[in-house]
Design a protein around this ligand. Structure first.
Ligand SMILES: [Fe+2]
Ligand SMILES: [Fe+2]
Length: 274
């Protein structure tokens, strides 16, 4: 296969009780039906609130199963709980082994890899980082073997949380520590990724679209497919809109297309909480 077409969706936050988000997902589904990518990756927050409402995970799974493309999934904080950080308060819903197992029973593995069009693709469970769970150490061991096996292939990494705001050296601030892969796991991850030809880091979580390049790595923040967060709740970093991201990978290169699907509505999170 000389070209591999990948569609990244993120932060669908699906729940039977929130039909407006299902409406946005149906527009995405129609677009995927028409464009037929080789794979769809949902980079996390599939469910509106999986830890307290497991049915949200089941509902999200049912809707994804109907997509006209193979899918891979990564967990977000609204699927399995959030990371502990060394600067901010403990998360109200910390990641637990039970919630990881529940996610996997519905969506399959919480980390994965595959090769296509001369690239090595890796998906990581960013939520388990800094938890001290056995699953965190296992994932780092698994990642080391994946990176060793990449040889000279360009690597594309997918995960729920962005690695950082602008650079690996950004200070970790209490107010935004839950927005990025927390220290010290971030430093370890960045160091490990230095051993391969990393070209792309694709994340979700922030509900803002962003696209920038640092050195030889392009960082893509996929927007939420479901809703945006108002300026009074969250600073503006990128573009606040709903949508998705399309990629075309060819040996040694790739293209990115930022898409807002016809009919997708910029729902404000505040309207969901009323
Ligand atoms: Fe989200
Ligand atoms: Fe998230």
């Amino acid at each position: 296969m000389s070209e591999f077409r990948l569609t990244q969706i993120s932060d669908t936050h699906l729940s039977r009780r929130l039909p407006s988000l299902t409406h946005n997902f149906e527009r995405v589904s129609e677009h995927i039906d028409a464009s037929r990518p080789d794979i769809v990756i949902n980079s996390g927050d599939l469910a509106f609130d999986g830890p307290t409402s497991p049915d949200d995970l089941e509902f999200a799974r049912t809707l994804h199963a109907a997509l006209q493309a193979p899918c891979r999934y990564l967990p977000g904080n609204h699927d399995i709980g959030d990371n502990p950080t060394i600067v901010g308060p403990p998360p109200s819903q910390p990641v637990t082994e039970r919630d990881c197992q529940r996610f996997m029973s519905v969506f399959g593995e919480d980390r994965w890899s595959f090769d296509a069009a001369g690239w090595h693709f890796i998906g990581l469970n960013s939520m388990v980082m800094n938890t001290g769970l056995g699953r965190e150490a296992e994932q780092f061991d698994w990642l080391a073997s994946q990176l060793a096996g990449a040889n000279t292939k360009p690597v594309a990494l997918f995960l729920h949380k962005p690695l950082f705001l602008n650079s690996p050296d950004d200070p970790e601030l209490a107010a935004t520590s839950i927005r990025y892969v927390p220290m010290p796991a971030r430093a370890r991850l960045v160091q490990m990724l230095g051993s391969v030809d990393l070209r792309l880091v694709a994340s979700g979580h922030v509900h803002q679209r962003r696209d920038y390049t640092l050195g030889s790595v392009r960082y893509i923040w996929a927007p939420s497919a479901g809703f945006v967060i108002s300026d009074k709740r969250q600073e503006v970093i990128g573009i606040k809109e709903v949508g998705l991201v399309e990629y075309r990978f060819q040996p040694d290169s790739f293209e990115v297309r930022h898409v807002k699907v016809p009919g997708q509505v910029d729902i404000d999170m505040d309207s969901l909480l009323r």
